[in-house]
Design a binder for this molecule. Structure first.
Ligand SMILES: Nc1ncnc2c1ncn2[C@@H]1O[C@H](COP(=O)(O)OP(=O)(O)O)[C@@H](O)[C@H]1O
Ligand SMILES: [Mg+2]
Length: 258
């Protein structure tokens, strides 16, 4: 994309005016030492816009999951800074990080990660339970309704389809009204119909509720549900696309050699 197209796109989406929900500054992450050192992130400076749906894409091993884990306080930076709102995560100790993750961040994983012995409702309420917070009943009712889970709340995960399990995971991520929901390949284990349904719900939570979402995906169609695609290659930013179409994403990935 040319600079001019980029600017036009930015104006069109109002991205220039968006609040920043999370930010990395010169973020570096090195795994291992010496000869075996892997530079997973080689100095990434990135703003995540509040109330927007951002997709992170790039070749396998380009640092997508590492970036998301650092943003979410699941993994510590080697150097540089990671901010969630005004909170500098790189300045926090383990206990404070745990609190931030519990109270301000929601997660959706490829493998659903529901607790098998709990019902759907118990799974959804677990983050609130751990935080000692009461559910906001109207909000809970609304999420359950929008996600079509009303008839499934007493079921255990093994009694639910993959699509239903992932919708429970999305409800669990949204129930605390987190600052940011992080989703790593959330449709990776779903058939295309359930996947599109799930992406529609994520899109809707951004559009209707102002939720901020960051999603890692390798699927150009999934990425086209986002407002913006951020491209990574070899641990560095390699471009971005505002208002992505599947074709534009596919082209960009081809140029990166994916
Ligand atoms: N825990 C780890 N220990 C060592 N190397 C890791 C670890 N996690 C990731 N890496 C390496 O860091 C690089 C980026 O990995 P990752 O963020 O998982 O990439 P992506 O999600 O884009 O596939 C890869 O080379 C990967 O092998
Ligand atoms: Mg990954």
């Amino acid at each position: 994309m040319s600079t001019e197209q980029g600017l036009d796109a930015r104006r069109a989406t109002g991205a220039h005016a968006a609040r920043v929900a999370a930010r990395t500054v010169e973020l570096r992450k090195v795994y291992g030492r010496g000869e075996a050192a892997v530079h997973a992130l080689a100095g990434v400076t990135l703003d995540i816009h509040a109330g927007r749906f951002t997709a992170i894409m790039g070749p396998s091993g380009s640092g997508k999951s590492t970036l998301m884990h650092c943003l979410a306080g699941l993994d510590a930076a080697t150097s540089g800074r990671v901010l969630l709102g005004d909170t500098d995560l790189t300045a926090l100790g383990d206990r404070q990080l745990t609190t931030v993750r519990r109270d301000r961040v929601g997660f959706v994983f490829q493998a659903f990660n529901l607790l098998p012995q709990l019902t759907a409702l118990e799974n959804i309420l677990l983050p609130l339970e751990l935080a000692g917070r009461r559910p906001d009943q109207p909000w809970l009712d609304q999420i359950v309704d929008v996600l079509g889970l009303g008839q499934r709340l007493r079921h255990r995960p093994s009694e639910l389809s993959g699509g239903q399990q992932q919708r429970v995971a999305v409800a669990r991520a949204l129930v605390t009204r987190p600052d940011v929901v992080f989703a790593d390949e959330p449709t990776g284990n779903l058939d295309s119909r359930s996947g599109n349904e799930l992406l529609g719900f994520l899109r809707r939570s951004v559009h209707d509720y102002g939720q901020t979402i960051v999603m890692v995906t390798h699927d150009p169609v999934a990425a086209s549900y986002a407002d913006r695609v951020v491209l990574l290659a070899d641990g560095a930013l390699a471009g971005e696309i505002f208002r992505p179409t599947p074709d534009a994403v596919l082209d960009a990935l081809r140029r990166l050699g994916v």
